[in-house]
Ligand binder design. Structure first.
Ligand code: ADP
Ligand code: MG
Length: 323
């Protein structure tokens, strides 16, 4: 039987799993009904992935399903929010059963790990485009914002930077990597792990956070602009995976960890008296966290090498720019 819009939704999206008790009405009506717990604010994030723009066209469907939700959970994490629900707008060139099976498996595997319920969406015909909106909660007044950084704050980043950027170079055949290294970086590009637990643990500790989707330099600059403040980072402190270190000189050195996108790590600023608290929650959550610089009053982002030389801060990826 060919897949129609309605049996496609039924088969791949509405059948799924445990329902949360804060969902009054999920998929199947004209809209979903949910309850926001007393004392909480609702946090909403939405992100679109367009084939060929946000992921290479031959990316496997399971990875696309994972990433479409992961990028949104990363935004919720950066707000200090606990994820709860998601909606999915799916534009498909064809109703391909195998593709849908793989895509929904990737999406629900991540959703289940974070107890996120898919509560609705829309399904249309056209060039492959996936929009997910994620919804979460934060205790009223406690969301982590870009605008909270203060002079003297220490700047930290989680995980390692630049692996996804190296993966793109490898997929574009600009660098040739052995299979094992290529698999590692492609996994980092396709299956980012949003820092959901850490984001929530940072409430009351961090002054500001942002998730790194467009490259550290660009995203830290968003914190600086929102906080009307400047920063100095020690470029040689940026955390690099062993694979990135190995190909470092082939790919133009620090530019990839500084400016390539798709890391989905958190950039965090904390006042010095919260440094120990930050390092302790990161240790408890087994999350690598590296001090890379500090916030100061001199406006702009200043990227220093260990010998004191300043390198120009590169800008991140932007849509609608001509170069
Ligand atoms: P309407 O025509 O009223 O907009 P639809 O026919 O688009 O409703 O959708 C029927 C139901 O299926 C709705 O509850 C909607 O939220 C849900 N839905 C549609 N597409 C998806 C999808 N890709 N994922 C999850 N739920 C979906
Ligand atoms: Mg509709």
């Amino acid at each position: 039987m060919p897949l129609t819009e309605f049996n496609l939704i039924e088969r791949y999206f509405s059948r799924h799993g445990d329902s949360r008790d804060d969902v009054v009405l999920g998929i199947g009506d004209d809209a979903a009904l949910v309850r926001v717990p007393e004392g909480m604010e609702l946090v909403l994030a939405i992100d679109t992935l367009v084939a060929g723009v946000h992921f290479p066209v031959n990316t496997d469907a399971t990875s696309i399903g994972h990433k479409a939700l992961a990028v949104n959970l990363s935004d919720l994490a950066a707000m200090g929010a606990e994820p709860a629900w998601a909606t999915l707008a799916l534009t498909l060139p064809a109703a391909d059963a195998q593709w849908l099976d793989d895509f929904s498996r990737g999406l629900f595997a991540l959703a289940d790990r974070h107890e996120v319920q898919l509560i609705g969406g829309d399904t249309t015909h056209g060039p492959l485009t996936i929009t997910v909106q994620a919804h979460g909660f934060v205790p009223a007044g406690q969301a982590l914002r870009r605008a909270g950084a203060q002079p003297g704050d220490l700047i930290y980043v989680t995980g390692t930077l630049g692996d996804a950027g190296l993966a793109l170079l490898a997929l574009q055949e600009e660098v040739k990597l052995p299979l094992k290294d290529r698999a590692f970086v492609v996994e980092r590009l396709n299956r980012p792990e949003p820092r959901v637990a850490l984001g929530q643990a940072l409430r009351g500790i961090a002054h500001s956070t942002i998730d790194i989707s467009d490259g550290l330099a660009a995203d830290l600059t968003h914190i600086l602009d929102a906080s009307r403040i400047g920063a100095t980072i020690q470029v040689e402190r940026l955390p690099l995976s062993p694979v990135l270190q190995e190909y470092f000189h082939m790919i133009g050195g620090w530019i990839v960890p500084l400016a390539s996108g798709d890391d989905y790590e958190l950039c965090i600023t904390v006042p010095p008296d919260q440094q120990a608290a930050l390092e302790s929650v990161c240790a408890q959550l087994d999350c690598r966290c590296t001090w890379i610089g500090s916030i100061n009053k001199r406006l702009g982002l200043h990227c220093l090498m260990d010998d004191g030389a300043e390198i120009g801060a590169p800008s991140g990826y932007q849509h609608f720019t001509s170069d």
